[in-house]
Design a protein around this ligand. Structure first.
Ligand code: WT7
Length: 635
């Protein structure tokens, strides 16, 4: 694969310069040399940043599963594509070669076709981290159906909202899921969701926990018998470069989740090329990303990026603390993992445990370790670097988003010197800019600004499903001509970027992106609540935790405080999922508001974080006296 790997810092700078000066030539060459196409493109890229219109590899024809599976069969048919590591360590690991992956995906594709799924149809996948999840995703791509994976920790309401937003017609789920010592009743949750999602015509059910579940006649079917009868070969649908590959929902500043749409060719080229370089993947390596496939990290760097490179990817069903806090290290030792990619929140939770949990494991196989999901604080960085990487493995702090499709700022291992808490340098093709509030570009070092990207890259999301205007408004309006990430960042003297966190109303809790609006909507559903505001505050393990300021309709209801907090959290669990529960709830008689009625969140954030002295200018508040009251009552 010529022109594909970056092996020295000089080469990186050369490649980077070329990618910025001649992006069409640069991406065209990568696409040309490293993938299988039914038909090549007429033009590498056409775009309009104001209208948020992007066409990559115009009129090219391809199928991403041909690139993920079929083309590896000749030379790597017997190589493991997937190693499945179950939740319970007593259950044997399962290994799937590329040939077996071909068979499994073909059977699943044929089952979907048999159920009437057609090219362009939306299929919702609500499954735990089991092989059928990967097969389902790839089977959709095989036949040109658009997959919409919903994280199996989401509630019935969240599932139903997502199904309805993209009018999915078929749902793939399981009887239940194992998660540590717990079992999750997935089918029961799905049934509840489907009461509000009549568009779902068929439900395919994987047997995982073997628990008793009700099956609705005419709608629900066990998957296995259908697979057993299905043909083991399949034709890959011919897709246009810009045909949607999947929809993945992410929270935003209103209650409605945003269905980010990624299309076929650009996403393929970008995830493959970033995977190869950012993990320095070598032919016999075993690669493990711990992220759930319900998030973009799982899409791009558990499934697509690795398989596009013919890699062996570990699929882990469990959690870091079950049955003990050694589980990650046990798995690395067991499979001889070479690249390990996880989130700061997992690192922090393991770093606080006794060092014996990691000390007795052999981690010499590791070559590269990665971090993703939120800024990695200095302490966690060092613990990860010292105890997991043994000061020997480059630690790549990878900055990206659901919207970017793949990693956009990161060190390249063995090439870019790393620096704690800095994501470091932009990946080839990415032109970051920092903007101040007056829309001027920040040229000074060490000054925090709004992180934007100036030129499109192949992996950029194309739209929000069903609402292109919202896509334009959210990402392309505040800084005209640029993509605005919603994150703050600064740049050092060398040009390294440090991500400082969200600058909008999204809070990252344990690596999960949570919009404050949907949480507030859930709280306000409580009959005693008048209004509420949710902000983040620093938390040792989660990074941020949620602090809710709640105004009740009548103050007399204070007596049942504990009960009320419980009920509010239950509402949040029902509406969104347990990940969005509040750590602290403070009942207040009002919220600090500006004359235009906007809640001044900055003040609430300060109070929640214990910064009680400097509130800045509060003269624009209609009710400045409330600040004292809230301060006094801080939990
Ligand atoms: C937000 C995107 C990208 C996959 C997982 C999350 C934060 C992500 C980093 C990092 C600092 C990071 C940003 C970003 N984030 N990676 N290495 N350093 N912050 O995807 O759910 O779309 O969240 O996660 O705030 O905007 P997502």
């Amino acid at each position: 694969m010529s022109n594909y790997s970056i092996n020295s810092l000089e080469q990186y700078f050369k490649v980077y310069r070329r990618s910025i000066n001649k992006p069409k030539k640069f991406w065209g060459k990568i696409a040309e040399n490293n993938f299988t196409w039914y038909q090549k493109w007429d033009k590498v890229v056409e775009f309009d940043m104001e209208k948020a219109e992007f066409t990559w590899f115009k009129n090219a024809r391809l199928n991403i599963t041909k690139n993920c599976i079929d083309r590896h069969l000749a030379n790597k048919g017997d190589k493991h594509a997937i190693i499945f590591e179950p939740n319970n360590p007593e259950e044997p690991s399962r290994y799937y070669t590329y040939s077996e992956l071909y068979t499994e995906v073909s059977r699943m594709a044929n089952v979907l076709l048999g159920q009437g799924v057609q090219k362009g149809d939306r299929v919702c996948i609500y499954l735990p981290m089991i092989p059928e999840l990967v097969f389902s995703v790839l089977a959709c791509a095989r036949i040109g159906a658009i997959h919409s994976v919903v994280f199996a920790g989401f509630s019935a309401n969240a599932l139903s909202t997502r199904i309805n937003d993209s009018t999915c017609k078929l749902l793939i789920t399981a009887d239940g899921g194992f998660r540590g010592a717990k079992t999750i009743d997935l089918k029961r949750i799905a049934d509840e969701a489907l009461m509000r999602s009549p568009g779902i015509e068929k439900v395919l059910v994987v047997k995982r926990t073997h628990q008793d579940i009700p099956m609705t006649a005419g709608r629900d079917m066990w998957l296995q018998p259908l697979l057993d009868e299905a043909d083991v070969t399949s034709k890959a649908a011919v897709m246009d470069a810009e045909d949607p590959l999947f929809i993945l929902y992410t929270s935003g500043s209103t209650g409605k989740p945003k269905g980010m749409v990624h299309t076929t060719a650009g996403y393929m080229v970008f995830t493959a090329y970033t995977f190869k370089n950012i993990f320095n993947y070598q032919p016999d390596d075993i690669y493990w990303c711990t992220a759930d496939i319900g998030w973009i990290t799982g899409h791009s760097y558990t499934i697509y990026g690795p398989l596009l490179n013919g890699a062996t990817t570990v699929l882990f069903e469990g959690i870091p603390s079950y049955p003990t806090h050694s589980r990650f290290w046990e798995v690395i030792q067991k499979h001889g993992v070479n690249q390990f990619y996880t989130a700061p929140t997992a690192i922090r939770s393991l770093a606080k445990e006794k060092i014996e949990f990691i000390q007795n494991f052999r981690l010499e196989s590791l070559k590269v370790i990665g971090s993703v999901g939120e800024p990695i604080n200095e302490e966690a960085w060092h613990w990860y670097n010292d105890h997991v990487g043994n000061k020997r493995c480059p630690l790549v702090d990878t900055w990206w988003q659901t919207e970017t499709g793949g990693i956009v700022i990161s060190a390249i291992p063995f090439v870019t010197p790393t620096k704690p808490t800095y994501a470091s340098l932009p990946f080839p093709g990415i032109k970051p800019v920092l903007m101040d509030e007056l829309r001027n570009e920040i040229v000074k070092n060490q000054q925090i600004g709004n992180l934007c990207i100036e030129y499109p890259w192949p992996g950029i999301a194309r739209t929000i499903w069903g609402d292109h205007q919202r896509y334009i408004d959210t990402y392309f309006t505040k800084f005209p001509g640029k993509y605005f990430s919603g994150d703050g960042a600064l740049r050092d003297e060398v040009g390294y970027y440090r991500i400082t966190g969200r600058v909008d109303d999204v809070i990252i809790v344990s690596g999960h992106n949570l919009g404050t609006a949907p949480i507030e909507d859930a709280i306000n559903e409580h009959q005693t609540v008048a209004e509420s505001a949710v902000v983040g505050f620093p938390h040792d393990i989660k990074g941020n935790a949620l602090y809710g300021f709640v105004v009740l309709k009548e103050t007399g209801l204070w007596r049942d405080r504990n009960n009320l907090v419980k009920e509010i959290n239950q509402l949040i669990s029902d509406q969104i999922g347990a990940i969005a529960r509040l750590d602290k709830v403070q009942f207040v008689s009002g919220l600090p508001k500006t004359r235009s009625g906007k809640i001044m969140r900055r003040i609430l954030r300060n109070i929640a974080s214990g910064e009680l002295t400097d509130f800045g200018d509060i003269t624009t508040l209609v009710n400045p006296e409330i600040v004292e009251e809230i301060k006094e009552g801080r939990l």
